[in-house]
Design a protein around this ligand. Structure first.
Ligand code: NAD
Length: 492
């Protein structure tokens, strides 16, 4: 049995109270079979606490709660009231931003400074953005002399969200906020590696005053919890972010169960193209951020950097110098840029890619091994002269590892950029605006950044081409993913 609430002591000796049960019908409860699992601090490899693990029966309970809340309450709550609740949640997140940032840092290993400065505010912004949409989701009218018809954009019903560990707070905001704004209820499963932030959010959802059953939060593994959600006959839509392998599984489960609607935000191997006329210092700064931000654990990470031949050596020197300046270590220290990767499994996976890179003949210019003796720290690793056929140029590593290579012509670099099954993001660095636009139009990617990297805003759609996913999150586009359109025809 998990205790229903634990007090966690942070490295700075501050304490945080956190519920550990499953959040169903606005109550934190133990799982039906009493199972629980440990969550680990990746910086110390020590257990932070145990949390309840949802079984298939718990998934049923959460879905039933969400279904009842949808049918009896939430679908009749008007847009203005939904907006008020989302804004209230955002207010509470602002109030508790230190705790939210600390939990992200503790459970995931990311730098506290980054969690506090970027991820908590970015999540709050998403709730506020969709709070603004709640009472502006309208249909259209179509008139002729004898007939009148109109459309309604209605909620889908019970939605499910399965989120990964790389940005726990942000990823859940991208799904919860538009789903609730459109009038759906929700069952959300956090990643087994980072359950704490979702539990804290659940407590804030209750405090904000959301009616019971509107949001239900489950901790658990892919199997049985996530799988039970993917196959559930009463879940009308599922939104997933994570690996391509799991994305395929969810799509298959949806087709084999009730044909629930699916949106997928999957992996990437994004090309970052740097031309000789780019502002070199800026390009170095953004390219570094493109790959090493969040320790490379970003779906949109600029993990393939292509540099024009004439500036290749200069770029590499500057890139190495810049990387050396960024501190790796205790996530709670104010000057830390990079903490540990999230888990032992991820540590082993990234290290094995590094070994493969070395074996296949890429030059390991910097890093290439662990940092320190305790915790899942991996030194920022730069591979140069990487060939297109090498594994580290082809597969998503999802860690602090960059593959750099050179190019001579626009045609060559576009061909190389497209040598991937993914299409999530890309970037171009050049002062030539005409070239920037032509290449941006040419690249098969859901987002193209010009002279910057990683800018994601609540109002711009985000999602993938090719095997990087289906559907779009954020912006007005996400409203389409959480509503269905009804046509009403009237004989005049
Ligand atoms: P994953 O896809 O296994 O896990 C993501 C989420 O899906 C978690 O909540 C997990 O519990 C759930 N899940 C796993 N199997 C499931 C199943 N059969 N049915 C339903 N839900 C299931 O990813 P991971 O194991 O955490 O990481 C593996 C790799 O995936 C990473 O190294 C990285 O390459 C990629 N990844 C990508 C993203 C992204 O944002 N695109 C995020 C996390 C991981």
């Amino acid at each position: 049995m998990s205790p229903n609430e634990v007090t966690i002591t942070l490295p700075n000796n501050k304490t945080i109270k956190i519920p550990t049960g499953l959040f169903i019908n606005n109550e934190f409860v133990d799982s039906v079979d009493g199972k629980c699992f440990e969550t680990i601090n990746p910086a110390t490899e020590k257990v932070i606490t145990t949390v309840a693990e949802a079984s298939e029966k718990d998934v049923d309970l959460a879905v039933n709660a969400a279904e009842k809340a949808f049918n009896e309450v939430w679908r009749y709550v008007n847009g203005a009231q939904r907006s008020k609740l989302l804004n209230k949640l955002a207010d509470l997140m602002e109030r508790d931003c230190d705790e939210l940032a600390a939990l992200e840092s503790l459970d995931n290993g990311k730098a506290y400074k980054s969690a506090k400065g970027d991820h908590v505010p970015a999540s709050i912004e998403v709730y506020r953005y969709y709070a603004g949409w709640c009472d502006k989701i309208h249909g259209k009218t179509f008139e002729s002399q004898e007939k009148f018809s109109y459309t309604r954009h209605e909620p889908i019903g019970v939605c499910a969200a399965i989120v990964p560990w790389n940005f726990p707070l942000v990823m859940q905001a991208w799904k919860l906020a538009p789903a609730l704004a459109c009038g759906n209820t929700m069952v959300l499963k956090s990643s087994e590696f980072t359950p704490l932030i979702a539990l804290k959010t659940a407590a804030l959802i209750k405090e904000a005053g959301f009616p019971k059953g509107v949001v239900n939060v489950l901790s658990g593994y892919g199997k049985p919890t996530g799988s039970a959600m993917a196959y559930h006959m009463k879940i009308d839509k599922i939104a997933f972010t994570g690996s391509t392998v799991t994305g395929r599984y969810i799509l298959k489960a949806a087709s084999e169960s009730n044909l629930k609607k699916v949106t997928l935000e999957l992996g990437g191997k994004s090309p970052n193209i740097i031309f000789a006329d780019a502002d070199l210092d800026e390009a170095v700064k953004w390219a570094h951020m493109g790959i090493f931000y969040n320790h490379g654990q970003c779906c949109a990470a600029g993990s393939r950097v292509y540099v024009e031949n004439s500036i290749y050596d200069k770029f590499i020197d500057k890139f190495k110098e810049h990387t050396k300046m960024m501190k790796i270590g205790d996530p709670f220290k104010s000057d830390t840029y990079q903490g540990p990767v999230v888990s032992k499994a991820q540590f082993d996976r990234v290290m094995s890619y590094i070994e493969t890179g070395k074996k296949e003949g890429a030059t390991c210019l910097m890093g290439g091994d662990r940092h320190g003796k305790e915790g899942y720290f991996i030194k920022p690793t730069i591979f140069t002269d990487v060939k297109e056929e090498m594994t580290i140029m082809k597969e998503e590593i999802f860690g602090p590892v960059v593959a750099i290579s050179k190019f001579n012509t626009v045609e060559e670099v576009i061909e190389k950029a497209h040598m991937t099954d993914f299409g999530l993001a890309a970037a171009v660095f050049t002062k030539d605006i005409s070239r920037a636009i032509k290449i941006s139009n040419e690249l098969r990617a859901g987002t193209v950044w010009v002279n910057l990297y990683n800018l994601i805003s609540p109002y711009s759609p985000f999602g993938g081409y090719k095997q990087s996913g289906m559907g779009r999150e954020l912006g007005k586009y996400a409203l389409r993913e959480y509503t269905q359109v009804k046509t009403i025809q009237i004989n005049l």
